[in-house]
Each structure stands twice: as structure tokens, then as C-alpha cells.
Design a protein around this ligand. Structure first.
Ligand SMILES: Cc1ncc(COP(=O)(O)O)c(C=O)c1O
Length: 348
């Protein structure tokens, strides 16, 4: 946290603890979910999913917390997350980065306004532009003609786009890419901040970045205003668990929270909240050690695959440098099959 003194106990997991208390109390609500702690669910469904799924599926308010959320369960979990990853605010979301990204975009720009967007954006960003009625100013990624893949656009590309479109309300960059190449976020943030505009980072593939120094810089550390992460991609949360992170004075936290509320469900899954909350605690406690081991394993896998005739594992030398990416995350192992006469689809 940049401005507030750290005083939260990272060994706590408010969502998990509230869930445990709910079970201990033996309450059975006259409210949704209709399966009533698995009792009403189909036996075959229970057999295959396991009752734990139903036991964790309770109302967020009027179940996990009381009807007026006086326990501040979610708020406390979000505060712990913000502190753990050096953000000022964190908001849990249960519709993936697909929804968090839209909330961020709608906070930065209003319908008919311009937003600079790296052209290698995910489909959820493109659908966000359509649904929010924003006018994209496309920023060309760093295209690798040899490997036929795109790395995040450079800071200079954002600079040029802002010069041509000074009325753009802010910028969005996807970093890291699913290939593991990452942008120079600090330089792009500087381009934005010189104009008093915020930078949004689609960091769906970067939830692990805050927890190890040998990974590319994390958007909050690099000075971005908002970043969006999927906890189910590079973290161990459940599918659809996502977190919006915010810092700095360019975006009002109430605005971001209200856009997330506008787009989000009124029945958020407590299972997803629990997955996010527990993962944050795991990473604070063991993230460095787990990621050190993961980096070693990825290194080993890379070396062994590289030995196989016809296969080449792309590394920082392939992806980084002038006209290419600024940073590299070695955990996604991208294998180049160019020397073989078969496609990636056939190989998979
Ligand atoms: C770059 C990028 N942004 C956003 C998303 C959407 O994330 P989610 O699947 O959590 O909705 C994805 C999903 O693959 C992605 O790759």
C-alpha cells in the first residue's frame, strides 16, 4: 500500500473463516441457493461434484456475511489482497477478467470517447469497446514477422497515438501476453501520466507477478493505475475468479467500484471469493518458495524440450529486444515447430 500504513494480518483469510463459521453455526437459510447445502441437489450431481462444492456455495450477504454485511468479510479480504500486491484498492470479481476489464474501461472512458488500445487485445476487451460504446484508437503491437506473433506495443507507439489523439481518455495494454512477453509498463504509464491520463493493464496472465522478483514487473509496481488479473490462470483460484487493482489519484475508487457493480452479478459466487482469498494467503506465505520451484521446473522443461530434434522453445532472446517485447515470463513454455512439417494443432 502506497499511502496507508500496513497493519493487516496476512495470515487471515476472511472469506474462508466466515465460511467455516457459517458451517459451524449449522444455519440453514430460507434463501437461495436452492440446493440448501447440497440437500436438494440431484444425487448424481452430488456424487460427481462432491458436496464440498455445495457447502461452499452460500449467499454473500445473508450467508457468508449478514444481510447488511456488517462483518465486512469481502471488504477485509479485498484489503488484504490490495496490501499483498502493493495496490491501494482491490475488488474481487466473479465473471473473470472478461468483466473486470470492461469495468475498468468504462471507468476510464464514457460512451463515444476514445481509448488507446493495443491491437493484440483479448476478445473481452473488444466486446467491452462495443458494449461500452467506446471509440478505440488502435495501437500497433510489436509484430514478429518471423514467428507470426504479436508482443505488446512499445511506449513510443502509445506516445504517437496520444499525439494524434490527444482527446483519448486513457490507454489499455495487454501484458503479459499469453506467450509470456511483457510490455515496458513503466514507460507506457509515464506516457499516459504526462497527459494526466490513466493506464489500464490487462494483466489476466500476470496474477503471479507480484510474488517473485525474477518475473516481469507487476503493473502496480510499475506505476499503472488499474490492472485486471485472472486468479485462475497463473494463480490457483477457481475459474472466473478475477481481481481489479487500483492505485493513484487519476481514478476515483468509487467510480471503479460502481462500474464493477453496474456490470456484475447480484449473486456472486462465494466459492470464487474463497478461492481468491485463500490463494492470496498462500502466495503471501509460500509464493516466493513455490514460484522459485516453478521457475526451476520451467527451466528444466525448457532445456529438455529444446534437446528434441525439430523443436525450439522460445526464450527471452527470441521475444525481447528492440522492436520486440521489453520483458519475459518464462513460465508459459512456447514451443516453435517451424522445422517440422506439422501444425501446432496436429502436434497438440
Ligand atoms: C489477455 C486476456 N485478457 C482477458 C482474458 C479474459 O479473462 P477471463 O477468462 O478470466 O475472463 C483473457 C482470457 O484468456 C486473456 O487472455
Amino acid at each position: 500500500m502506497a499511502t496507508e500504513e500496513k497493519h493487516h494480518d496476512q495470515t487471515e483469510a476472511p472469506v474462508l473463516e466466515a465460511l467455516e463459521n457459517y458451517h459451524r453455526s449449522g444455519e440453514l437459510a430460507f434463501t437461495p441457493p436452492g440446493h440448501k447445502q447440497a440437500r436438494g441437489a440431484d444425487p448424481e450431481v452430488r456424487r460427481i461434484l462432491g458436496d464440498a462444492v455445495f457447502h461452499g456455495d452460500v449467499l454473500a450477504s445473508g450467508g457468508l456475511d449478514d444481510r447488511r454485511t456488517r462483518g465486512n468479510v469481502l471488504q477485509r479480504a479485498e484489503r488484504l489482497m490490495a496490501e499483498a500486491v502493493h495496490a491501494e484498492h482491490a475488488y474481487f470479481s466473479t465473471c473473470g477478467s472478461s468483466l473486470s476489464g470492461k469495468a475498468a474501461m468504462l471507468t476510464v472512458a464514457s460512451p463515444h470517447e476514445k481509448l488507446l488500445v493495443g491491437r493484440d487485445a483479448h476478445k473481452s476487451v473488444v466486446s467491452g469497446l462495443i458494449l461500452c460504446g467506446l471509440r478505440p484508437v488502435w495501437v500497433e503491437p510489436a509484430w514478429d514477422p518471423e514467428r507470426h506473433l504479436a508482443h505488446p506495443p512499445s511506449a513510443e507507439a502509445y506516445e504517437r497515438a496520444f499525439r494524434e489523439h490527444p482527446d483519448a481518455r486513457g490507454a489499455l495494454v495487454t501484458s503479459p501476453t499469453p506467450y509470456g512477453s511483457a510490455a515496458d509498463i513503466a514507460a507506457i504509464a509515464e506516457v499516459c501520466h504526462r497527459r494526466g491520463r490513466p493506464l489500464v493493464v490487462d494483466e489476466a496472465w500476470g496474477a503471479h507477478l507480484p510474488f517473485h522478483p525474477d518475473l516481469p514487473p507487476w503493473a502496480m509496481d510499475a506505476g499503472a493505475d488499474v490492472c485486471v488479473t485472472s486468479i485462475h490462470k497463473m494463480g490457483s483460484g477457481l475459474e472466473q475468479g478475477s481481481v481489479l487493482h487500483l492505485q493513484g489519484g487519476l481514478i476515483d475508487p468509487a467510480d471503479l467500484a460502481s462500474r464493477a457493480d453496474l456490470l456484475g452479478t447480484t449473486s456472486p459466487s462465494v466459492l470464487l471469493y474463497a478461492g481468491i482469498d485463500g490463494w492470496r494467503r498462500q502466495m503471501v506465505r509460500h509464493g516466493h518458495e513455490l514460484l522459485t520451484r516453478t521457475l526451476e521446473l520451467a527451466g528444466h522443461v525448457r532445456t529438455e524440450i529444446e534437446r528434441i530434434d525439430g523443436l525450439h522453445v522460445n526464450d527471452a532472446d527470441d521475444f525481447c529486444g528492440p522492436g520486440r517485447a521489453a520483458e519475459f515470463d518464462p513460465l508459459p513454455v512456447v514451443i516453435d515447430l517451424g522445422e517440422l512439417a506439422i501444425s501446432g494443432y496436429d502436434t497438440a
